[in-house]
Design a protein around this ligand. Structure first.
Ligand code: HEM
Length: 503
């Protein structure tokens, strides 16, 4: 037989893969049988914790290319020259399901990108929707728990699901998207990606611009209707993984155009919505999309576990010229991801090949489990004998925190402002078919809620968007019509923000 020689994990050849050492013909096994123990003990430890959210995914490699000059916005090295290509690893995911769950579940989708720039890794940890269900990070574990399993029954639970959403009406914008056909994308590689959060692009003089990043799929965002998504969930739960893998293998490389929306701090203060409120979009007419790059996926992983499962993305992995805003959800995420990587992959997760930067790493971190590269003989302290070099301070970022501080004061304050964008979706964006699908998708789920209190409260949230929308759902689940929620006026929410001008 040809092929590599079969060995133990220490490289010692083994004659027979199925052999076990026994005492006599039918006797017990021997402790001295290193080959067998090596095999079983490693198998026993194959599983690592799955991601607490976004456990089911699919990924591939490719590159990001700068197509338009945006050096007026950011001094990040990767944007310096049109035509520069940066190696990329991308992982798509559903959010709530376990790692074996169906790819076509009604759920937001993750769209995580690792760009290995010459100035360090830049991760864009995006979703497929431009907004999110909450603007207060302390609600995230509560929200996620209600989308996962009931601690008593271990079943998915529609009462928990809608109880949370109806108690936290700032979720309605995302609910409008989630229960449209956009909530069931056709696979992973036919959808757009959005930063959702506001970030800062910083120029070399320290001036900055608030930005939102959009990745728009060439060929458009394809969706499934509820019946098809449900059928596929049973027939081929790995539909998204499979179709993307096959397309890439067949040379049909998924490609996205990257755009940036920009807003100056002065514009941010005059904007109707809080730019740090993750439940709001920036209207394209007011803040047009400016193209700057393209993302292409052209290579499937050789080994899924090593290259995708072990990939560790974090919004805190950033480079000079791109900074987080003070959006509280983003701020919380900056901590959460590396924290989860240390738990899921270990303290040296950054040394795994998929995460290792192409930029050289030199610092004072040493040891810990799996320290493959321990920085050799270099001193492990701030040494005068062999000092590290330090980069010149690239800029003094101007702070906009006075206004920002006030803007975040009460994240649970619900006002008319929270219903304007969902109402525009229902009244101006959805056509008749999309409206019918939306009503039927919600009715199919909300109809199975046992508590009338929860049903009525969620119908009130829909009535605050549009009375006709709520009545159509009520009718579909045989419920009486309900009144909108009583909420503060939009003007109160706007007044609420501290509008101190920039110094
Ligand atoms: C995955 C936390 C909101 C996008 C994760 C993971 C955690 C987490 C712990 C698992 C990471 C891992 O094990 O590798 C949070 C918290 C949030 C939040 C605390 C809010 C307070 C968001 C938002 C977005 C997002 C708003 C998008 C705009 C993602 C993506 C992944 C992910 C794409 C999967 C990354 C991968 O493929 O490895 N999140 N998340 N998350 N999150 Fe979030």
């Amino acid at each position: 037989m040809s092929g590599p020689l079969y060995t133990t994990s220490t490289g010692a050849p083994v004659l027979e893969p199925y052999a076990v050492q026994k005492l006599g013909f039918t006797g017990p096994l021997l402790l001295q049988d290193f080959h067998h123990i090596d095999l079983i003990a490693h198998f026993d430890r194959e599983r690592i914790p799955e991601r607490v959210v976004h456990a089911k995914g699919a990924g591939a490699h490719g590159y990001f290319e700068v197509t338009h000059d945006i050096s007026d916005l950011s001094c990040a090295g990767l944007f310096k020259k049109v035509g520069t290509q940066t190696p990329a690893t991308v992982r798509f995911s559903t959010v709530g399901g376990e790692s074996g769950s169906a790819d076509t579940a009604r759920d937001p989708r993750g769209f995580a990108i690792k760009l290995k720039t010459e100035e360090g890794n830049l991760d864009w940890v995006f979703n497929n929707t431009p907004i999110f269900l909450l603007r207060d990070p302390s609600k995230f574990p509560h929200f996620i728990h209600t989308q996962k399993r009931n601690p008593h029954t271990h079943l998915k639970d529609a009462d928990m699901f809608w109880d949370y959403l109806s108690l936290n009406p700032e979720s309605i914008h995302q609910v409008m998207i989630l229960f449209s056909d956009r909530g069931t994308p056709d696979g992973f590689h036919h959808m757009h990606g959005y930063s959702g959060h506001t970030f800062k692009f910083v120029q070399s003089d320290g001036n900055y611009t608030y930005v939102q990043i959009h990745l728009r799929k060439e060929g458009g965002f394809k969706t499934l209707d509820n019946a098809t998504a449900t059928k596929l969930a049973g027939e081929n739960p790995d539909y998204g993984l499979q179709t993307m893998h096959e397309d890439i293998d067949n040379g049909k490389f998924p490609t996205w155009t990257a755009y940036v929306q920009t807003m100056t701090p002065q514009q941010a203060e005059a904007f109707r919505y809080n730019i740090l409120d993750l439940t709001k979009v920036w209207p394209h007419a007011e803040f047009p999309l400016r193209p700057f790059g393209k993302l292409v996926l052209n290579k499937n992983p050789e080994n899924y576990f090593a290259e995708i499962e072990q990939a560790a993305f974090s919004p805190s992995h950033t480079v000079t010229g791109i900074e987080p805003s003070t959006d509280p959800v983003l701020q919380s995420r900056l901590f959460s991801y590396p924290d989860t990587h240390r738990h899921r992959l270990g303290v040296n997760y950054g040394q795994l090949p998929v995460n290792r930067p192409i930029a050289p790493v030199a610092n004072f971190q040493r040891d810990g489990f799996m320290a493959f590269e321990n920085q050799g003989s270099r001193p492990n302290y701030q040494s005068s004998l062999e000092p590290l070099a330090y980069k010149e301070k690239p800029y003094n970022i101007q702070q906009h925190e006075i206004w920002v501080g006030g803007a975040n004061t009460d994240l649970s304050f619900i006002s008319e402002l929270d219903f304007e964008q969902p109402r525009a979706l229902w009244q101006k964006v959805f056509d008749d078919t999309q409206k019918a699908h939306f009503v039927s998708n919600v009715a199919g789920h909300l109809g199975s809620v046992k508590s009338d209190k929860v049903k009525a409260r969620q119908l009130s949230v829909f009535a605050s968007v549009d009375q006709d929308l709520s009545d159509r759902i009520a009718n579909a689940i045989s419920h009486a019509s309900v009144q909108p929620l009583k909420v503060a006026a939009a003007a109160d929410a706007i007044k609420f923000r501290n509008r101190a001008t920039l110094a």
